[in-house]
Design a protein around this ligand. Structure first.
Ligand code: ASP
Length: 604
């Protein structure tokens, strides 16, 4: 090695030693005749003292240098106890410049805490400089340890890590596929996996019983600020498991990961049904760092004279101390609600003397006014917000209001983690109308995905009651983020076909697209289930960063663009030709016509 020691490892006990260090010039200070700089390597920084003025003049920030010198005690009053090497310094005997550096697009000092003034685009474009600061580099180190403890644990209990293909036939997880042209079969395309779902199920048919993979997945979704087109998940599958077994396994994995930051997760992690989560918290990923439940007032207002509350559902959420918000604040809440697709946010103010004011208070009946405090448990000085309309959308609005209230009250703490498994999801959700069905489009789609099993006790009936059937699916939620999800799967081809049928996928199409799975199910497929955890979000929660970009080595911008390599980029005419991108299928022969038709009718 070109060095004898790691810069960040030197301590008082090294005093008197001759050392050779190599790294980058971090912060620098000149004091007439003597120069100090921090030499940075991946282990940290050490203070270097140089007396040779001629050399000092040649040194610039981020030059790569090799320094030979003696470890000495810093003079009295010059210690910096905030860093591990803060009691010593290296008195230089010889310094060699290994490489120079241009002026940097932004400052990269090791200890830099805030990067607010640097644009996201610049940070992504120069990510290799962004990572020279401790905070950023430490997140990648944390991520590496998260991978390590997970592998160690799963290996120790008999799991096998398997790499599944990434050039595949598309696996529907509800998003659009990224497609790759197949040069050797012009006109045909591979898809990049949205998840290893079907392969992990096939590994269960293979008899592996316990599989995992830290898998890269790809979903071609629309622009969102913090979206990444490729992401990583911990993908797990096990045979002969029931819902509770998969959740217990998830508990153990999370417990070990969170222990890395010194946080103890109490297991078993609590469970809540989807229905309760919606009724109490207005969300299928409730933030349980705080309680504040929604109140169902549908019955309470069943004879109301107020038109807006003559709805299938009326609910409320109380804001403690909310009465003293100025009027313009209540107006701002209306705007806030409209930005989220609602018409507004009805409210009643319970003033300090117990009087109910605000526009809604005038519209409801006197009896309704009189009982409202008790019905909502509001106290003098609180504000009550209402949601009225279709149950799900009104509850969702109240759920968002609940979190926004907590945010404004400043009670959301990044150091607190509240986990919960959400269970008993609906199996299907409605995506079309009867008219859609009449023209051959489906009315139902799977809530989790098409391979999720119905609840055991609904096996015989789920397709007769798609609106109410429940699934053996579950999500794991932390602080209002869905950090994973999974299910017990269908392992019987006939049940699988019935699910496809509800989703408008006829046997013929199912055979064409998923024939390989249905065929595998005929050869002794064991009952199985699994889960996938969103690795990027999990590391972001551990690192207490809001941005997924911070936990990815080389992220892309929200548009999917990478300003560093400038991908995606146009290809040459030669590449297009070779890849068969412009291949035009021959016009269908007459006898093929019916098949073509059925394909296009089911494309959705
Ligand atoms: N394949 C699912 C997903 O990526 C997870 C699972 O069901 O295991 O969301």
């Amino acid at each position: 090695m070109l060095k004898t020691h790691e810069a960040g490892s030197l301590r008082k006990s090294d005093i008197g030693k001759k050392v050779v260090l190599a790294g980058w010039i971090d912060r620098r200070r000149d004091h007439g005749g003597v120069a100090f700089f921090d030499l940075r390597d991946s282990s940290g920084i050490a203070q270097i003292v140089i007396h040779d003025e001629e050399t000092v003049h040649k040194l610039r920030p981020e030059f790569v240098v090799r320094v030979e010198g003696i470890v000495e005690l810093r003079p009295d009053g010059n210690e910096n106890l905030a860093i591990p090497t803060g009691e010593i310094e290296i008195n230089v005997e010889h310094i060699e410049i290994l490489n120079t550096a241009d002026v940097l697009p932004f400052q990269v000092a090791w200890g830099l805490e805030s990067k607010e003034e640097i644009s996201d685009k610049l940070r992504v474009e120069y990510r290799y400089l962004d990572l020279r600061t401790r905070r950023e580099a430490d997140i990648l180190r944390l991520r590496s340890r998260v991978n390590a403890v997970t592998r160690e644990y799963l290996n120790s209990i008999g799991f096998t890590e398997v790499e599944t293909p990434t050039l595949i036939r598309s696996t529907p997880e509800g998003a659009r596929d990224f497609l790759v042209p197949a040069r050797l079969s012009p006109g045909s395309w591979y898809a990049l996996p949205q998840s290893p779902q079907l392969y992990k199920q096939l590994l269960m048919v293979a008899g592996l019983e316990k599989y995992y993979q830290i898998a890269r997945c790809y979903r071609d979704e629309d622009f969102r600020a913090d979206r990444q087109p490729e992401f990583t998940q911990l993908d797990v599958e096990l045979s002969f498991a029931e819902e509770s077994d998969v959740m217990e396994l998830g508990d153990e994995v999370l417990k070990r990961i969170w222990a890395l930051i010194g946080h103890e997760i109490k297991t078993p992690i609590d469970k809540i049904t989807y229905e309760d989560a919606m009724n109490f918290y207005g969300s299928d990923k409730p933030d349980l760092r705080f309680e504040n439940r929604l109140v169902d007032l549908t019955d309470y207002f069943k004879a109301t004279p107020f038109r807006v509350f003559q709805a299938p559902y009326v609910g409320a959420i109380v804001m403690k101390g909310g009465a003293n918000q100025p009027r313009r604040q209540f107006d701002a809440w209306q705007e806030w609600a409209r930005e989220r697709g609602a018409k507004g946010l009805a409210y009643v103010i319970v003033s300090e003397n117990g009087e109910l004011t605000g526009p809604v208070a005038k519209n409801i009946s006197e009896t309704e006014r009189n009982g409202l405090k008790e019905a909502t448990s509001a106290e003098n000085g609180d504000a009550i917000f209402f949601g009225a309309g279709e149950r799900e959308s009104a509850q969702t609005l109240l759920g968002m209001t609940r979190v926004e209230i907590a945010r404004r009250q400043g009670i959301l703490d990044d150091n607190e983690y509240a986990f919960v498994w959400v269970t008993d999801f609906p199996l299907f959700k409605e995506v079309g109308t009867d008219d859609d069905v009449a023209v051959g489009n489906s009315k139902w789609t799977a809530v989790h995905h098409a391979f999720t099993a119905p609840k055991q006790n609904e096996m015989a009936t789920f397709d007769q009651n798609p609106a109410t059937a429940l699934s053996a699916g579950y999500d794991i939620v932390c602080n209002g983020n869905e950090i994973g999800g999974g299910s017990i799967r269908i392992h019987d081809g006939e049940v699988q076909k019935r699910v496809f049928k509800v989703m408008g996928i006829a046997d013929e199409e199912a055979d064409e697209k998923f024939g390989f799975l249905l065929k595998a199910f005929k050869f002794g497929a064991p009952p199985h289930g699994g889960v996938a955890m969103g690795w990027d979000r999990i590391v972001a929660l551990l690192a207490k960063t809001q941005s997924i970009r911070d936990v990815i080595a080389f992220p892309k911008l929200g548009s999917g663009f990478d300003p560093m390599t400038k991908a995606p980029a146009p290809i040459t005419i030669q590449q297009r030709r070779e890849a068969g991108v412009d291949y035009k299928p021959k016009p269908a022969a007459k006898s093929d016509a019916p098949k073509q038709q059925s394909e296009s009718a089911t494309k959705e």
